[in-house]
Write a protein that binds this ligand. Structure first.
Ligand code: ADP
Length: 224
């Protein structure tokens, strides 16, 4: 039995990723396409303990306090646990897996800590670690939602108001978010991700409009 497919939706915080992920899941259900959904990090699971310590500031309030390689391993371990305990059989049996974030988030969030000249080396190391060494599945498709930081900050404030949550150490730092956006676009070019621009003429595109573009890309991957 050939492996299934792994599709990943990623984007910086405030890119509208959760909204788009929900719409994509609903659309696949409506089209009667069976799939298993995943979401990383798995904050409720013990495998995310180091991530929770890191984001909560246990190793320092500045995200730079933990280097890109160390922080990446926290997230990689969480994905390893999920693969082994949750979706390995389904995926190896030919199932479709759709994930809200994956290794791709490490590239974006941790890659910004690495000097530009060393970033390609980091990107190479990251995929090698998770896919070649740890044996996690390589995505068949990565869709990156790209949103200018000024607009993503508006969405984050909106989410804080509606959920009563507060920004974590990454989300609070605007310069860091700007750098992350540049790195995200660099990673997309390096790895060959599909980028969907969520803004047009300086304004955020409508939720449905973005969804249609995302779904068209997903559909063509499923038909491959
Ligand atoms: P993320 O998961 O990327 O942090 P969310 O999907 O949680 O972002 O969106 C943050 C807030 O912005 C939510 O209140 C959501 O309803 C709203 N939102 C998401 N996408 C759009 C959009 N295209 N236009 C307007 N509001 C949006």
């Amino acid at each position: 039995m050939p492996n299934g497919k792994l599709l990943v939706l990623d984007g910086l915080d405030g890119s509208g990723k959760s909204t788009q992920f929900e719409l994509l899941a609903k659309r696949l259900e409506a089209e009667q396409i069976g799939f298993q959904r995943l979401r990383f990090p798995q904050y409720e699971e013990p495998s995310s303990a180091l991530i929770r310590m890191y984001l909560g500031g246990a190793f320092g309030d500045d995200p730079e306090a933990v280097n890109a390689y160390a922080a990446s391993t926290f997230y990689a371990v969480d994905r390893y646990a999920s693969y082994q305990c949750v979706w390995k059989d389904y995926y190896q049996g030919g199932g479709l897996v759709v994930s809200d974030r994956y290794t791709t988030s490490n590239a974006v969030h941790q890659g910004s800590k690495v000097p530009e000249g060393e970033r390609a080396e980091f990107f190479h190391w990251l995929y090698d670690l998770e896919y070649d060494r740890m044996g996690l599945p390589r995505p068949d498709l990565v869709v990156l939602l790209d949103m200018p930081v000024e607009l993503s900050e508006q969405l984050m404030r909106k989410r804080e108001q509606s959920t009563g949550t507060h920004a974590d150490i990454h989300e609070r730092d605007e310069d860091y978010l700007k750098k992350c956006r540049d790195v995200a676009l660099h990673a997309a070019a390096y790895y060959g991700w599909r980028t969907v621009s969520c803004a047009k003429d300086g304004a955020i595109r409508g939720v449905e409009d973005i969804h249609e573009e995302v779904y068209a890309i997903v559909k063509s991957c499923l038909e491959d």
